[in-house]
Design a protein. Structure first.
Length: 162
């Protein structure tokens, strides 16, 4: 099965994207999506020699739901800050988050998660890949924010990217 589907996540993603781009669910469109979803990973597999093992299923679903919930809540928090707080009361901060995850894919997902959440943006990664530089719009306690990001996101990513 691993030879036919060397990267099952990419296969599923390609099928979903093809069907969304098609904007109609037809049998022929689905067959083309499946063919592309199988052929593209087969041809690109040699370029993924050290791909991480990803746990699909419940850990990934929980992570996606957590991130979506955090994005919704952060939107309301940022709207509150913009509408009702004075800019002089804001406490922006640069956070250097020490990373325990080591795979580039997990670091990329962590950086994207932070940037998707309103009020924070991933700005850089250290040359040794051990720290992520993040800017937070309003952070009264930078150490607590770093601990929150590590516990809320990085710990879960360590479960997903084995």
């Amino acid at each position: 099965m691993n030879r036919l589907l060397p990267h099952p996540g990419l296969t599923v993603l390609l099928v979903i994207i093809w069907m969304l781009a098609l904007n109609a669910f037809t049998f022929g469109g689905f067959v083309v999506a499946l063919v592309l979803g199988i052929i593209v990973p087969l041809f690109t597999a040699p370029y993924w020699p050290d791909r991480p093992s990803v746990r699909f299923g419940l850990p990934l679903l929980k992570y996606v739901l957590l991130v979506i919930g955090d994005i919704v809540i952060a939107n309301f928090q940022i709207a509150w800050i913009i509408l009702f707080r004075k800019t002089r009361d804001m406490r922006p901060a640069w956070l250097a988050i020490p990373l325990d995850v080591s795979s580039t894919e997990a670091i990329t997902v962590l950086a994207a998660t932070i940037s998707l959440t309103p009020g924070t943006v991933s700005a850089d990664i250290s040359t040794d890949g051990r720290h992520l530089l993040v800017h937070a719009l309003d952070t009264p306690d930078p150490a607590a924010e770093i601990a929150r990001i590590k516990a809320r996101y990085e710990r879960r990513l360590m479960e997903i990217f084995r």
